[in-house]
Design a protein around this ligand. Structure first.
Ligand code: IFG
Length: 506
């Protein structure tokens, strides 16, 4: 009987209702929530031994990646072809520019009994559609119907702090795999801080020979750095998953590791002691010294040459050891250097004090819901990425019992991370000023990939939905049900997510 059913299914003919063939998910069971979902009854597509994946040459790598993933979860051969005759049941990925509704990252998905068709203007849109497909396949079946989907905000980011505790390239690649499944499209790497310097800079080699030596890092563990080759490989790996790497060199504060390596970066020429504690705000580059600006330009030049993405993050937070006047002087010198090397300057929201910040992007991290300096800069055209610490900082504990993380911005359970609006959060910073959202994960208390996963998931999924889905689909009960349905996918992949009591996990 089963063999007969398979043969019938293969021809895409109507089947008698076969309970196990019914998709365990509904078409809307996707995170982030798609913009428009129209289920169609009796139109489920069943992947069979004769199903093919069809695509053109420009999107062959996307099709190969999808086919590999679907083979693993369905056990079906799913060959990838550039041509498949009409009646052959197929999953077709079609690049079809000119569809203004879906923009550069959107897609249209149509599921019928004998064909699944994914259309997009760009490869990025097709990739986004394949992420949706990956979530919809259950028991070899894709629910019938149509989806039209496109992002609310252009920038959906995650951040890893390699400085307090170095995360290896393998750990970073695994994180890229998981965040790209939620259509996150930027990974911000916090590469330097008081405890360690984590990126090779040829013109200042002691930054890593000293600043990344074993014993650098919080509690003296977590030394290590990215060579330029490793960084370039991460850029390529991320780009293949339509994730843009955003490097950060934090200045003028958070520079103790650089000053231990090069005392000439201090005003008195005396190297400070290395730091392995978690205090912040005690270090500052020497604003009056020309050596500082030679250093800054060398670092920006080398990082810009390594980074195809548009943004270069220059930090700017917690410069408590830099006077306000010196901070402004520093930004006036440094922001133009980022532009000189062809990048858009990006910094924590303190950079908004500088008149030059209107051409930069400010990452809002403070816990207040009004900041006149940021609002004024936004009124002058500065774009803002929303990372309010009390909503989006994944290093905050879930609750007092959480073994990892900090709590200075409060406890963040899944619902806290979900129930806010990036365009309504900060006074005077509305939809048109918000470039997107980002979920930073600081690593003072993290030691390995399990720790990253435990703190990041499921809350990163909440931030990803805020960045992608329209405000109209924002609904906690819907999200928590979709999260419950998604949990088994993390389990199947060995992702060590936090089983929040707010979710009825399946
Ligand atoms: N604030 C510091 C981070 C980190 C964080 C931990 C910013 C922009 C507290 N700066 O967040 O370096 O220590 O939650």
């Amino acid at each position: 009987m089963r063999r007969l059913l398979l043969a019938v299914a293969a021809l895409g003919l109507p089947l008698a209702v076969v309970p196990e063939a019914a998709a365990a998910t509904s078409l809307g069971d996707v995170i982030p929530a798609p913009a428009e979902v129209a289920p169609a009854a009796r139109a489920d597509f069943r992947i069979s031994p004769v199903t093919v994946v069809r695509t053109g040459p420009a999107t062959r790598d996307i099709a190969d990646r999808l086919a590999r993933d679907l083979r693993r979860v369905t056990g079906q051969p799913l060959p990838v072809t550039s041509f498949a005759p009409g009646p052959v049941p197929k999953i077709a990925l079609v690049l079809a520019p000119g569809d203004d509704t879906i923009g550069d990252e959107g897609y249209r998905l149509r599921v019928r009994r004998n064909a699944v068709t994914l259309r997009a203007n760009t490869p990025a849109g097709l990739f986004a559609g394949t992420q949706t497909l990956r979530q919809l396949v259950r028991d070899r079946t894709i629910p019938g119907g149509s989806i039209v989907d496109y992002p609310r905000f252009a920038y959906r980011g995650a951040m890893l702090d390699l400085a307090r505790h170095f995360h290896t390239p393998d750990e970073i690649r695994r994180y890229i795999d998981e965040i790209s499944r939620f259509k996150v499209n930027h990974l911000h790497l916090h590469l330097t801080d008081d405890q360690g310097w984590r990126i090779q800079i040829d013109s200042w080699p002691r930054l890593t020979t000293v600043g990344a030596a074993p014993g650098t890092g919080v509690d003296g563990v977590g030394g290590g750095f990215l060579t330029k080759a490793q960084y370039r490989d991460l850029v390529r790996y991320a780009a293949a998953r339509f994730v843009t790497i955003v490097p950060e060199v934090d200045m003028p504060g958070h520079v103790n590791a650089a000053q231990v390596a090069y005392p000439a970066l201090t005003c008195d020429g005396v190297a400070p002691p290395p730091r392995t504690d978690t205090a912040v705000g005690y270090s500052s580059l020497c604003i009056s010294s020309e050596t500082t600006y030679r250093f800054v330009e060398d670092v920006i030049r080398e990082l810009a040459a390594l980074t195809p993405g548009p943004y270069l993050h220059i930090g700017g937070d917690e410069a408590h050891a830099t006077s306000e006047a010196d901070y402004l002087t520093f930004q006036q010198r440094v922001l133009p250097l980022v532009t000189k090397y062809g990048k858009t300057a990006y910094g924590w929201n303190e950079i908004a004090q500088s008149p030059l910040a209107t051409n930069a992007v400010a990452q809002y991290w403070n816990t207040t819901t009004s900041n006149p300096t940021v609002a004024a800069a936004a009124a002058n055209g500065m774009k803002v990425v929303m990372s309010p610490a009390q909503k989006a900082y994944l290093d905050m504990k879930y609750d007092p019992a959480t073994p990892l993380g900090l709590s200075w911005a409060g406890y963040i359970e899944v619902r806290t991370a979900y129930d806010w609006d990036p365009a309504g959060h900060l006074t005077g910073v509305g939809e048109e000023s918000v470039l997107g959202v980002e979920a930073p994960l600081w690593s003072e208390t993290l030691r390995d990939l399990d720790d990253i996963e435990f703190m990041a998931f499921p809350r990163l999924a909440a931030i990803a939905e805020l960045g992608w889905s329209p405000a109209s689909t924002h609904d906690w009960e819907s999200f928590r049900a979709r999260l419950a349905a998604y949990g088994p996918q993390w389990t199947a992949r060995g992702v060590d997510f936090y089983p929040s009591p707010q979710i009825d996990w399946r």
